[in-house]
Design a protein around this ligand. Structure first.
Ligand code: PLP
Length: 406
């Protein structure tokens, strides 16, 4: 008799966005005239840049002719894209990353979720709280998380590191030994980012403990401050302890097109094995490469024209973030993030629960947000706004928030 992977039965329901959807639909049904403004889910709204679209069209034309047709491509990604990435995202910033340390994929979610394939099942995993749920759930599926404790709202074998206003959104180094540490900067959901000094403490910890940092830099292009590293490899010593995940989703509007990449340095060695070799083996066995057409589009992000167009889109989202940050501050709320990130993390007023504040914003301002508690217990008392919407709607939302306070 076949048996299922029992770890799946331990997973709590993915409650957050379905519950938001349920509450929103119920409200809209009861108030069909209400004009709801969506500031909840972190999806982009601007279309792909024209240079990207043109490159994708070219890619389709290539596939349409026998002389230029492409079948299966390299599992690690086409050289034209790996070289462009290594050159522009790393070497141009003074970070020596080789082309064969870049693995192109269909997005950061897959890579963050799959990376555990090359790690021992008894690795002790540490995550920030609140957290992007993929890191936790994929480790739970693999059997590394232990059991889900409903009361503590967490897994018995996962080390949770609270990241709140009290510690400047930089988790304290764990007291117990941990093997794998997930860090996300700029962070989803808090919108804050780690500085060079803060990240260096983690790189030193990981090297001292032979741990590995899984560094999720999906929001890298939103960084505005000089003291925030764009890559963990800007920190000396990171190549012997860190894997970095990047995505074209939020940086270049690829949430629907799907493309990202992972950097696995050859210098990262554990148990005598290079993780670059292990990941290469994993990808060549389980993945047949990202689509040629999509990789053509992603390469256009690195052309001068493509880069300029993408910067314009980022500027649009940044301006929304500024409007939200300033609007909420003017209305008397305490806000974090939004400077190096499209997310604004707002403290709920008067210690209100984050679901109660979600309800208040939905019912009294017709704005949909994301309750912080949905990202982990330390997210209680916060609510997340996203800057991915349209400029007019964002301004209108802030007017409503200010009216709400008055
Ligand atoms: N990492 C973080 C922190 C994210 O917030 C997201 C998407 O919201 C992803 C990864 C997923 O990126 P992708 O669309 O490349 O799978």
């Amino acid at each position: 008799m076949a048996h299922i992977n029992d770890n799946f039965t331990k997973l709590p329901g993915s409650y957050l966005f379905s519950e938001i959807g349920r509450r929103t639909a119920a409200y809209q049904e009861a108030h069909p005239e209400a004009k709801l403004i969506k500031m909840g889910i972190g999806d982009v709204t601007l279309p792909l840049a024209p240079a990207v679209v043109a490159a994708m069209h070219e890619g389709v034309d290539d596939l349409a002719a026998a002389e230029t047709f492409h079948g299966y491509g390299p599992e690690q990604g086409y050289d034209f894209l790996r070289t462009a990435i290594a050159e522009a995202d790393f070497r141009a910033r003074g970070v020596e990353i080789d082309d064969d340390e870049i693995f192109v994929s269909d997005g950061a979610k897959s890579d963050c979720g799959n990376i555990g394939d090359i790690l021992s099942l008894d690795s002790r995993v540490a995550v920030c709280d609140p957290v992007y749920p993929v890191y936790v759930d994929t480790n739970a599926m693999a059997g590394r998380a232990g059991d889900y404790d409903e009361d503590a709202q967490g897994w018995t074998n996962i080390v949770y590191m609270p990241t709140t206003a009290e510690n400047d959104f930089c988790p304290a180094l764990p007291e117990e030994d941990v093997d794998v540490i997930y860090l996300c900067s700029p962070n989803n959901p808090t919108g804050t980012a780690l500085t060079f000094g803060q990240l260096k403490a983690w790189v030193d910890y990981a090297n001292d403990h032979d741990a590995i940092i899984m560094f999720d830099a999906a929001y890298e292009r939103f960084i505005t401050q000089d003291d925030v590293p764009h890559s963990i490899y800007e920190i000396p010593g990171a190549k012997t302890c860190a894997i970095e995940f990047r995505s074209f989703s939020k940086t270049a509007g690829f949430t629907g097109a799907r493309c990202g990449y992972t950097v696995v340095p050859k210098a990262l060695v554990r148990d005598g094995a290079s993780l670059n070799g292990l990941w290469n083996r994993r990808q060549t066995t389980k993945f047949n490469g990202a689509s040629y057409v999509i990789q053509k589009g992603a390469a256009a992000v690195y052309t001068p024209e493509g880069a300029r167009q993408i910067d314009e889109a980022i500027a649009h989202y940044r301006e929304n973030a500024r409007v939200i940050r300033e609007g909420l501050t003017e209305a008397g709320f305490e806000v974090f993030g939004g400077v190096n990130s499209p997310y604004i993390w707002c403290k709920t007023p008067g210690g209100m629960g984050s679901w109660d504040f979600f309800n208040k914003l939905l019912e009294e301002a017709n704005i949909i947000t994301t309750p912080g508690a949905g990202f982990g217990p330390a997210g209680e008392g916060y609510i997340r706004f996203t800057a991915f919407g349209n400029a007019e709607a964002t301004k209108e939302a802030m007017k409503r928030v200010q009216a709400l306070k008055a």
